[in-house]
Design a protein around this ligand. Structure first.
Ligand SMILES: Nc1nc2c(c(=O)[nH]1)N=C([C@H](O)[C@H](O)COP(=O)(O)OP(=O)(O)OP(=O)(O)O)CN2
Ligand SMILES: [Zn+2]
Length: 148
């Protein structure tokens, strides 16, 4: 299978409310997101993306619009984390993203995959599909979601 992968990074705050240790505290990470796409290679002489599954700059633009710019410098909070939601709501114009799942890296990866799956669609008849995402919470800890 031929794939391409684009890496992007963003910063976000979170906490895991019921965690037994440090992660129950408000803290942040510089997340690294790797987006892997598959599909046919464009075969159209004269086209800018001739020979590409998708232009890396387009992969980046779409990811930023759909996800990265939404989560960057936001606090990612679980919808049932009432104490932190009340605090964040008290801060004027705070960038907060309320999530239906506890923001572990597993759940963030699942949510990100669903958002990006809808973003990279087969608009050009090449079979373009989101194959995989890999989300690093730290250089040592990550989650992967693979299509199918
Ligand atoms: N399965 C998971 N375990 C943990 C998660 C998670 O999302 N899924 N998250 C955390 C913490 O939020 C934190 O991000 C990880 O901290 P830590 O284990 O300290 O990771 P480090 O890479 O910094 O580890 P060092 O040993 O300090 O290098 C915890 N667990
Ligand atoms: Zn963390």
């Amino acid at each position: 299978m031929l794939t391409i992968t684009r890496k992007l990074e963003f910063d976000a705050g979170h906490r895991i409310p019921d965690h037994k240790s440090q992660c129950r505290n408000l803290h942040g990470h510089r997340y690294t997101l790797e987006i892997t796409l598959t599909g046919g290679v464009v075969a159209a002489d004269g086209a800018s993306d001739n020979g590409m599954i998708m232009d890396f700059s387009d992969v980046k633009t779409l990811a930023k619009q759909a996800l990265v710019d939404v989560w960057d410098h936001a606090f990612l909070v679980y919808e049932k984390d009432d104490a932190v939601r009340a605090f964040l709501d008290s801060l004027p114009d705070h960038k907060t993203v309320v999530l239906p799942l506890v923001p572990t890296v597993e759940n963030l990866a699942r949510i990100a995959f669903d958002i990006l799956k809808a973003t990279y669609t087969d608009n050009f008849g090449t079979g373009l599909t989101l194959h995989k995402i890999k989300l690093y919470e730290t250089p040592n800890c990550w989650a992967e979601v693979v299509h199918g």
